[in-house]
Structures are given as C-alpha cells and as structure tokens.
Unconditional design. Structure first.
Length: 220
C-alpha cells in the first residue's frame, strides 16, 4: 500500500503585519527552530533586496530614488514573481517555505498611498497561494512604545495607520476568496517567547505534517 504521507508537500506560511510588530524576529526564530528539529524549511524575505529588482526597491525605500507609486507597486510584485518558481519548487520538494511579507503587504501599503485596491491586487494574481497567513497584530500605541521608527519611507505613524486600515480589507478579501482558515490573527503583545508559543500552537500541524493537495493560486 502506498504511504499517504508521501503525497504531502511543504507548507507555505506567510507572516504579515505592520512595521515593528516583531514579525521578522519571529520568522527568523521559527526557521531556526524547524531546522534544529531536522525539518527542511526556508525563509523567503519580501521584498527580496538581493535581486536586480530588489535593489531598485531598496533604493526607493531608503529614499535614494524616486518612483511613481504605480511603478514601484509593480516592481514589488515583479520581485515576488521572480521568486515564485523557487517557492513552488521548494514546496513540491517537501520544504516548508516561511515568507516574511507577501502580496498582502503589497496591497496594504500601496492602497494606503491611495492606489485603487484592484490595481494593487491584480499583478499578484496566480502567485503561489499561502496555505496560511499569520497576521501579527499590535495597537499603534504599543508599536510606537517599542522603539523609534527607522529611516525608511513608510515608517511614519500616518502611513502605518492607513496601512492598518487596508490590512483589514485585505484580510476580508483573503477570507472571502480563499476561506477563513487561511488568515489567522496572532496577538503580537508580550515577550518574544510568549508570541513564539502562540505561533507554534497555530502552525505545529502544518510544519510537522506538510500539506496534502496542490499549491493554490492567489486570488484565483
Ligand atoms: P521590510 O523589509 O519588511 O521592513 O519591508 C520594507 C517596507 O516595504 C515596509 O515598510 C513594508 C513595505 N512593503 C513591503 N512589501 C511591499 C509591497 O509589496 N508594496 C509596497 N508598496 N510596500 C511594501
């Protein structure tokens, strides 16, 4: 009899949230933890600033280059597309892919600047669909008390607050199109260890058992 587990693929798990919610710390710790256990896992950071497109995005975020809002939006999306095949291949090879941001940041940040929601959503259509997105939540007051904003373009209170509102719409869109279970909020308050425990409880099955079935297509 064939082993049913052999048809399982790696899970695609995305972390989203506003700046300073602790997302990058949690993502790094999670990948380390999985590797220590002997699980195969890979961290995929978005934007991936190492590629040619990523370098243009980096210059824009650091205000070293100016760009039309539509143009930079499409570059963020292109940056995800240039990583899409590698994500797909890894998932098919049983590797858990953990992404630090994805297309949901793409919509939330660009729509917060005033671009139409549909324009922001469309370029990412049919990218690999995350099996689960963890949206880390922190109030503006708590985020502000953590540390000062950095130097980058979007790190202002007004931009973060507009982005927060857009994330609410993005969450609704994911739930409507792909099912409620694919978008889970994680309370980002407390110590690093407390948040880590919350995350572990949510993703344990996905990372240890993988996923059955094909990789879906985003927004399709
Ligand atoms: P990070 O490297 O995680 O600090 O992200 C860089 C900044 O870029 C952060 O403020 C969020 C923003 N960002 C991430 N992805 C996108 C995207 O696809 N579109 C836009 N407009 N902004 C993004």
């Amino acid at each position: 009899m064939s082993d049913p587990s052999s048809s399982r693929r790696g899970a695609f798990i995305v972390f989203e949230g506003l700046d300073r919610c602790g997302k990058s710390t949690q993502v790094a710790r999670l990948v380390e933890r999985l590797e220590r256990k002997g699980d195969r896992a890979r961290l995929q950071k978005f934007p991936d600033r190492t590629t040619a497109i990523g370098k243009m995005i980096d210059a824009y975020l650091q205000s070293k280059a100016e760009m039309d809002d539509h143009a930079i939006h499409l570059l963020f999306s292109a940056n995800r597309w240039e990583c899409a095949n590698a994500i797909r291949r890894d998932l098919e090879n049983g590797i858990t892919v953990i992404a630090d941001r994805y297309a949901f940041s793409g919509i939330a940040f660009s729509a917060a600047k005033g671009l139409p929601f549909d324009f922001c959503l469309n370029p990412d259509k049919s990218l690999p669909l995350p099996d689960l997105t963890l949206y880390m939540t922190l109030s503006q007051e708590e985020a502000s008390s953590r540390s000062q904003f950095g130097e980058e373009r979007y790190e202002t209170v007004s931009m973060q607050s507009a982005t927060r509102q857009q994330f609410t719409l993005v969450a609704q869109e994911v739930k409507n199109r792909h099912g409620k279970e694919r978008w889970v909020e994680v309370d980002a308050r407390g110590t690093i260890e407390e948040v880590e425990t919350r995350i572990e409880g949510i993703i344990a099955n996905l990372t240890s058992q993988g996923v059955q079935g094909e990789i879906g297509k985003l927004w399709i």
